[in-house]
Design a protein around this ligand. Sequence first.
Ligand code: FUL
Length: 704
Amino acid sequence: MNPFHGPIRPLKYFLCDIILTVCCVLGICMAQTVPPASYGPVPSENQLRWQEMEYYAFIHFSLNTYTDQSWGYGNEDVNLFNPTELDCRQWARICKEAGMKGIILTAKHHCGFCLWPSEYTEYSVKNAPWRDGKGDVVREMADACKEYGLRLGIYLSPWDRNYPEYGKPEYVTYFRNQLTELLTKYGPIFEVWFDGANGGTGYYGGANENRKIDRTTYYDWSNTYRLIRKLQPDIVIWNDGGDRGDLRWVGTEAGFVGETNWSLLNATGDVPFNMLHHGVENGDAWVPGEVNTSIRPEWFYHPCEDSKVKTLPHLMDTYYNSIGRNGTLLLNFPIMPNGLIHENDEKAALEFARAVKEAFAINLAEKTKVDASNVRGNAKEFGAAKAIDGDKDTYWATDDDVTKASLTIDFGKSVTFNRFLAQEYIRLGQRVKAFTVEALVDGNWKELAKATTIGYKRILRFPTVKATQLRFSITDSKSCPVISNVGVFNAPQILTAPTIIRNQSGEIIITPADRESVIYYTMDSSVPTPDSKTYSGLFQTEGKVKVSAIAYESSSGKSSPVSHEQFDLPRKDWKIVGVGDEKAYAILDGNPSTAWHQRRNKKMPIDLLIDLGREQNLCGFRYFPDQGLWGPGIITNYQFYVSDDNVEWKLVDEGEFSNIKNNPLWQIKKFAPEKARYIKLRALKNTEGNNNIGYAEVDVITNG
Ligand code: FUL
């Protein structure tokens, strides 16, 4: 009887079936040993080369350096420019020692002053006393970069507050002529940087007026880009000025990109903040994020910031939140009036470089036993071992239909670690949408971290753990995952400086970042040590005070950097007048993370009126804008009034808070001394162009 209940087939057909089946199986295997096809947009060679640079410098230097301004108006005297010790080799040496791969120089900032002797304007180094008008900072920078093996980049501000024709088509020709000079006379340029700022007002050859342009059309970017790519085919274009370049701004100058960070955007259409910050998951163009931030609060040099250079913990956070989140890091050095980088900035940059090197010195994943839940076609060339072979051009990949897969690292013994690093092979696109990291501790899997995108590089931090195995599980991916590298590290702990605030009652509150450390503080400007006073809870102060504090960990004997804060008058008796909202006192609570907004139905100008309780000797004020990312209502143009009686008001200061939108720092304004009991901060304009005004803190500066 035929067991298959069908007609009996000749033996030769069975043989054919077997051969066919074997061929099919082999065929599938062979198809799967072909590398994965690319998925979605992929980087260009220029973008890849740029991404692999990871870390490079910004240099801010111009006439602002001599006027203590953030943005020059365009009428500053060229004679101010006379750096007596200018040495681009010092800048290059520091950048090189700091592990950077290039330098982007502000060849022209918004004030229009040119650091090279442009033949198209008189507003340049050629009319400055420096080197008798024969100097060229761009040339010296290019030579120094060459000597130190660094790549050179150029910042050329599209907004020019000096040029008389700014706003007319003639300026676009001028701008392109300048670009041509910069892109033809100084060797290879790796990146060109077009700042999007356009405050409108300026000197403009003496017109002193407000000039509005449409940033999406005025510069005719497509033709400008064509010119750039013709002159420098290997360049990448950064543009925040209304047209998609090769790279994108990440929506903040504070030094971080979103935890979810796609290197994609849509080639056309608006790019609101959330897209800049996170990219667009299904964007149709490869436009990766560059995190630009300064080593001090401001971009240009201000002597008052010599003590505000970012601390090691701050810079390490920046590292993890930029390079560790699929971004590059563009870290700025402001140049001093003498033409050098300040020693504090150098020290901070080198300390930062040492700490990064130390954190990633030993990859515990190297030479371990790795295994993957799925390997493309079971082929060795796509096996898990390719993710730990130190070769950026090999990768672990799965079969095409797999979007969830895990890779397990068996250390073969118990090891201690607190960092995990992963890299996708981005030549084939960015794919991973979600992943977890677990450790095998005492025979049980324990989740250490959960994250979303990977991209070129993702680094996760978690509390130190001791484990024998680590499991990296991709839980969602747009297409089969392609992982070129994984790493496991044990980074030394770095203590973060405590925060110090004084609340409205005059109480000092010191908070450590790490709850287990002890706080020591001083109030006489001396550096606190474990022999200083121990902070055991808030304490009352009167009058002006200075507080310095450290966090100290007795088990390791390590201390944090020192925090310093200086407080003017206590604000106990201050009253916010006429708003009828208790929440408004967030402005006076000393806490920079709480804010209050004026009602939106008010019309501009919008006033904030404060009764100081009694007459004070005023000589300035401070404004700290709402730090929120959404609709912070930051004041850009202001007037400041004082009064004895809340009836007669005197205008004592007015102006702009330059660059406050991108860099919402404390704004400090001084004016000629005035005795008064009432103050009024009048907002004339905000960053969003509406009538919502936000304040985190407002304070006064007094004489005596
Ligand atoms: C900003 C500018 O307005 C700042 O002055 C600085 O140059 C920074 C890098 O970009 O938008």
